[in-house]
Write a protein that binds this ligand. Sequence first.
Ligand code: CP
Ligand code: NVA
Length: 313
Amino acid sequence: MAVNLHGRSLLTLLDYEPEQVRHLLNISHTVKAERYSRQQHQRFQGMTLAMLFEKRSTRTRCAFETAFGEEGGHPVFLSKDDIQLGAKESVEDTARVLGRMFDAIMFRGFKQETVELLAEYSGVPVYNGLTDRFHPTQVLADLMTIEERFGDVAGLNFVYTGDGRNNMANSLMIGSCLMGMNCTILAPAELCPDPELVETVQGIAADSGAVLAITSSLEEALPDADVIYTDVWASMGEESRMKERIALLEPYRVDSAMMDMTGNDECIFMHCLPAVKGNEVTEEIIEGPSSVVWDEAENRKHTIKALMIATLL
Ligand code: CP
Ligand code: NVA
């Protein structure tokens, strides 16, 4: 049956089936090729997108804004200082107002509950541009980038190292297991993912044939890895915890010794960015030949355009 995502929100990839992610990735590769061959389209002409930000952003904001704008749509950037969102007006009321004026809403902020309320009350597609719990649009770009390197993600060995309970670890576990890619979360015991989420993702892995593992052992996690992925040690809103995180996470830094432990010369390095070079990854690795971080950043735009094409047209 043909995949139809018209009218759908993307709040977490837990709500998506593998064939729906496949559909989004297919459109992503198509729109990237269009851009490289200088084809222009006006798919969002006459449409409007509200972009709500409680936290800062470079890639996510620019990806949504340029992807929507270059297709003739009108994106409107609204920071927490510009609008009432949960302060003087409830999220539910804000959602109902925005839903009357905009074709879609993207939200970046703290609580997953906020993006869920926006979707429930606005009546238009809502895209999660990062919450404390999930960052699903980043994972679409990550899967696209891995496909560009390896052709197919199924059966590859993906290792995420670092803060194993943050939005990226959560979302990457879901995305890789959905698409049949083996996923290992390499993290100290204090920073391992929520057991309830792990149980849910184990169910997804059982359906796709992927293997999900959580470990604190570099020796267990790294041999035969095809992808090493890391993220900042203190996410937005957790900056005050940096000192304790450095103490816990130093052994989990991506450096040349870690890349060598994979025993795989083709292993690539990924990071959602922004990176704190010298903390979670050395300068040598992020700037070295195995790093695909700039492709990954560019692919945010193509995958976000694909998401909006699939859900709005
Ligand atoms: N990767 C990512 O979401 O980057 P920004 O915080 O710059 O949007
Ligand atoms: N875990 C990071 C991701 C940034 C894109 C954060 O939430 O700050």
